[in-house]
Ligand binder design. Structure first.
Ligand code: SF4
Length: 276
């Protein structure tokens, strides 16, 4: 049940309902009222294949409703909210990739965080994980700002693109196998556009690693056999359908569980990013 009282966006101050209706002016929202909505896995496949440009693909992703459990969860979170954000609208929709489509570096996580990207509409935005990731990308020259507060905050990426293979926030951060499979055509379409440009793919955590390998295999890329094992700093060589070599690079996830405990330090993160 959408929230009926519009609340001001934290950057622009414009009022929005939660979840945010497409075409109502949310920063960087490329969807409109007429963007076609996928309600089944088959429709995801058709709409992903038929999207002509990146904006059309992103728009179609951002209104997808093909996974009933995830649609219900993302919208329920958008209305119930976390106490710290009760005065803000929540995006509550699937989150498209962020960064230039011709970027030589891809960063792959898993899925939007319930109160981060599901609130702000941009990957790794509005939470501590994002502070770590964008802080490191800024130190390496890939991000114009060290933080990522909200869509519309002026952050720009140069040379890096950030993708979640599952575009909707899942309960307990755990999408089902079927949900990953249903969402895969959106990733296929993104990878097809990235393939001519990409040099390295940094996977955050073992689930991102495994999902990326499954995704590139599904998209027709060559992956070494046996399957390369995830580790912090692990590397493997992939080959695109056009025959280009791409480095697959593992990195511990920037979750608070890893950064608070010291399992992942800034130095460790900086070293992996410097190797991309
Ligand atoms: Fe659509 Fe992917 Fe979200 Fe499922 S997870 S509803 S396929 S965007």
């Amino acid at each position: 049940m959408p929230e009926s009282v519009p609340l001001p966006h934290p950057v622009t101050g414009a009022p929005f309902a939660s979840p945010v209706p497409p075409g109502t002016g949310w920063p960087d929202d490329v969807a409109t009222h007429d963007t076609p909505v996928a309600r089944t896995a088959t429709r995801v496949q058709r709409l992903a294949k038929g999207a002509v440009g990146q904006a059309e693909l992103d728009a179609r992703i951002s209104v997808c409703r093909a996974c009933p459990r995830l649609v219900a969860w993302r919208e329920e979170v958008a209305v119930s909210k976390r106490a710290a954000f009760v005065d803000q609208p929540y995006w509550g929709r699937p989150v498209p990739a962020f960064g230039p489509v011709d970027a030589p570096v891809l960063v792959v996580g898993l899925a939007p965080a319930a109160h981060g990207a599901n609130r702000t509409g941009r990957n790794f935005t509005g939470d501590r994980s994002g502070d770590w990731l964008y802080g490191a990308l800024h130190r390496a020259g890939y991000a114009s700002q060290p933080g990522s507060r909200a869509a519309g905050d002026g952050l720009e990426l140069d040379g890096v693109r950030i993708i979640a293979p599952v575009r909707c926030a899942p309960p307990q951060n755990k999408p089902t196998t079927q949900e990953k499979r249903t969402c895969a055509p959106w990733l296929d379409a993104d990878l097809a556009r990235s393939a001519p440009h990409v040099r390295s793919i940094m996977c955050l955590g073992s689930i991102g690693w495994d999902t990326t390998i499954a995704g590139v295999r599904h998209a027709g890329w060559e992956v070494p056999r046996p399957k390369p094992a995830f580790g912090h700093g692990a590397r493997a060589t992939l080959r695109t359908p056009q025959g280009r070599e791409v480095a697959l690079v593992g990195c511990y996830h920037v979750s608070q569980q890893n950064t608070f405990t010291g399992k992942l330090t800034e130095t460790m993160l900086d070293e992996v990013i410097a190797s991309l």
